[in-house]
Design a protein around this ligand. Structure first.
Ligand code: B12
Length: 500
């Protein structure tokens, strides 16, 4: 009999649970080949207890876990470490964005045996087969492991045809955790489905964690396959809205138009992430159809109003400050809310230049709000990702910035907020700069509370807006304690921290 494996999704704190697509895709890849159990940290009060009760059965030989930077590490690290101590024979395999981008520190920890580098759909079953049958694994693509003290990365596979991948085992997930509990209330609907329909992104922005893994490649499922999955989740579990979790849902206008036509009769509200320059090329007819089919809001990386910095970010395409402005107006015509994210605090030659740029970006954001007040603004403080060779990352290294050298430092008090892009340990940013950004954000969120906060009623919105009005209009952002207090009192939702 084949050995069993545990698939673990560590808790991503603060957010409501979403369908755990990462671990579900991994489950799909071994369906019928290996017996597995799923442990979702978002659904368990004590996932460690659950995992160790499985391990005590002595039938399990592998644990695979998925991990993003930030809160998931708080469970991924101590649980892996304890498994190594108590059950040294168990093979521990990490996949997802964090280990793919930080493989060295993960493997040097001594309690992770393999890292899956990007898509695990073929690599994972092949690795398990090799380990089970004492076969070599050195030729399996998308794998990172340690040999002697060297980190070995195997070749990267081409992106797989997404329609050929096995269907997600929703029924199996439902046997561990009721899928209904994953379909949460959001501003899109009362039962929101999280769906992931493509891998990668055709662009190579130097601040983006997707780039080192996908290197400008993108592949998506066909509209028909997406539609069939969504319809299944609607019919069986009552899903009535969709969040597309793709890095770039809108790469193909043809695919989006086909999907819009199919989903329109289902009357579901949907949301996804795209690029301004890509969607700006869409025809008016396509945009109108998208809106009619339920597309209410789209997330865009606007990044900055400075064309020079857009270039340094390797944003690529045709995105410019002018286009960011005119596109906000175009979206208003179609009644699609643009959700613009900005990355403030990128490195520059002098502290004066960094501060000047922050001020210019703040002014630009206010200009966008004038053009289309419905634009939702998300502000991130720049935190580096290892996009080796990019001008931006070279500047980061020049500044003396280094990632932690011990895996456990990532959950220490200095680093645990790093990838939430709220508290970066970046030498070129002074506390005054961080304060400026955060204070402006507090005032902006007061004057224009996000529509994605379903708890904030009309009265609260008007009240906080009135209080924030003087600061917003005069530009006096320092120490906005009164607004902070209201936001804490009303548990104001920040999409940039909680995810969507
Ligand atoms: C859904 C999601 C979340 C959910 C969490 C869902 C969960 N796990 O429970 C929420 C909304 C909570 C979330 C939060 C955050 N997220 Co998030 N999130 C995503 C998102 C949009 C989709 C992930 C997903 O489901 N992908 C679909 C699956 C199928 O793809 P996948 O994860 O890549 O999995 C494949 C491979 O990686 C691999 N694999 C993955 N895991 C494993 C495990 C094993 C064992 C194996 C073998 C293989 C394997 O195989 C899979 C199939 O091929 C991604 C972006 C993206 N499009 O992937 C960002 C992303 C992963 N998140 C990111 C970040 C930074 C965060 C935050 C830390 C901060 C933020 N501002 O968003 C917060 C954390 C906040 C918090 N409070 O926890 C970044 C990571 C960047 C980086 N530096 O590495 C991403 C890439 C977004 C981005 N472009 O910046 N997130």
């Amino acid at each position: 009999m084949m050995s069993k494996l545990i698939l673990f999704n560590p808790r991503s704190a603060r957010s409501k649970p979403r369908i755990p697509n990462s671990i579900l895709s991994v489950a799909a890849s071994v369906e019928g080949l290996f017996e597995y159990v799923i442990v979702d940290g978002n659904m368990e009060t004590d996932p460690a207890e659950k995992i160790f009760s499985y391990l005590a059965q002595n039938e399990f030989k592998y644990i695979g876990l998925t991990c993003m930077p930030g809160p998931q590490l708080q469970q991924a690290i101590p649980i892996s470490k304890k498994i190594r101590e108590l059950y040294p024979q168990i093979k521990i395999i990490w996949g997802g964005y964090f280990p793919s981008n930080q493989s060295k520190v993960v493997l040097h920890s001594g309690f992770v045996d393999f890292v899956i580098n990007g898509p695990g759909d073929k690599c994972f079953p092949a690795l398990l087969d090799a380990l089970e049958n004492n076969k070599p694994y050195e030729l399996i693509g998308n794998l990172i492991y340690k040999r002697d003290d060297q980190i070995v990365k195997t070749k990267k596979d081409e992106l797989y045809d997404q329609d050929q991948l096995p269907l997600l085992p929703y029924k199996k997930l439902n046997s561990f955790y009721s899928i209904g509990k994953y379909l949460g209330k959001t501003y899109l609907g009362s039962k929101t489905i999280a769906y992931h329909s493509s891998f990668g992104c055709p662009f190579k922005c130097s601040f983006c964690a997707v780039v080192p893994i996908y290197n400008g490649r993108w592949k998506g499922k066909s509209a028909k396959m997406i539609y069939e999955d969504i319809r299944y989740l609607k019919q069986h579990f009552g899903g009535n809205a969709i969040e597309f979790h793709d890095n770039n849902f809108f790469v193909s206008e043809k695919r989006v138009v086909e999907f819009s036509q199919m989903i329109k009769p289902e009357k579901m509200v949907w949301w996804g992430e795209g690029r301004i320059d890509t969607i700006n090329k869409y025809s008016d007819d396509s945009l109108a159809l998208m809106r009619e089919s339920g597309c209410k809001m789209i997330f865009f990386g606007a990044e900055t109003g400075n064309d020079e910095i857009l270039k340094k970010m390797d944003k690529g395409g045709t995105q410019s400050a002018g286009q960011i402005r005119s596109f906000a107006a175009r979206m208003a015509k179609f009644d699609i809310i643009p959700e613009y994210s900005f990355v403030l605090g990128t490195p520059a030659n002098t502290p004066g230049e960094v501060m000047k740029q922050i001020d210019q970006d703040i002014a630009f954001i206010k200009e966008i709000k004038e053009i289309n007040p419905k634009t939702e603004i998300i502000i991130y403080v720049y935190s580096p990702v290892p996009t080796e060779g990019s001008e931006m990352y070279n500047k980061v290294l020049e500044s003396g910035f280094r990632f932690p050298e011990n895996l456990e430092d990532w959950i220490g008090p200095q680093w645990d907020k790093f990838d939430l892009r709220k508290n970066p340990l970046t030498p070129w940013l002074t506390p005054e700069m961080i304060d400026k950004i955060k204070n402006f954000e507090t005032v902006l969120n007061g004057y224009y509370p996000t529509i994605s906060d379903v708890r904030l009623n009309g009265f609260k919105r008007n009240f906080i807006r009135t209080i924030a009005s003087f600061r917003y209009k005069t530009g006096i952002y320092r120490k906005p304690y009164e607004l902070k207090a209201l936001q804490i009192l009303w548990k104001y939702r920040q999409p940039e921290i909680e995810g969507f």
